[in-house]
Design a protein around this ligand. Sequence first.
Ligand SMILES: Cc1cc2nc3c(=O)[nH]c(=O)nc-3n(C[C@H](O)[C@H](O)[C@H](O)COP(=O)(O)O)c2cc1C
Length: 218
Amino acid sequence: MNFKEVFQNEHVTRKFTNRKVPEKAIAEIVEQAQQSPSLLNSQPWRAYVLMGDALAEFKKAAIENSDNKVKPNEDFASMLSLDWDTFPSSNMATMGASQSFFFRNKLNLFTEANKNMFNAPAIIFLTIPRKSPAWSVFDLGIFAQSIMLLAVNRGLGIMPAHSMVSYPDLVRKYAGIPEDEYVGMAIAVGYIDKNAEINDPVFIPKRVPFNKIYKVSN
Ligand SMILES: Cc1cc2nc3c(=O)[nH]c(=O)nc-3n(C[C@H](O)[C@H](O)[C@H](O)COP(=O)(O)O)c2cc1C
């Protein structure tokens, strides 16, 4: 794909087909993403992949937690404020993903997709050390974006979702992540189920007008 196409195709997939993604492809994507820039080349990121039986066991445990109403306990929540300023919160309220789902009375599709981890054949969990400056969160975001663009370039669908890191202790247990690492984010990869209602492009939320986010002075 040319770059423009890759970039335009970078929208999330909330239902994957059952087709497996070869582990080699995921390893190549993550290896290429290592080229991402980071503060002083600190490369604070690590990637842990769950697929096959390990993923099935993790999912089962996470769904059990969710059914038992265990409170989500994201690692980043203890590191970062969860308060939003007016600008992002109004974007979320008026243009965010939830609006599309609320207005179409499809919130159950969204909730189910999240609970079922999007039927993903593989999930890449991204961590940084517990002892990290905010810069490392920024670096992790860049690393994540590289992974997603590289995956899209290979014809894969991508799904970054904090819902998959609601129970970081479970992620640590099933993915073999040491205690001294924060499970920051998760990116599911797989093949897009083009027939699934939840993947209908009608759910792609619009972006705010450019002039709201851009200002030049010269
Ligand atoms: C950090 C981050 C966390 C996200 N968490 C979730 C999530 O938990 N569940 C979900 O369905 N989508 C999640 N998303 C996807 C966003 O809702 C989606 O990217 C956004 O609405 C824009 O849609 P698009 O990527 O299809 O253009 C997340 C995206 C990011 C970058």
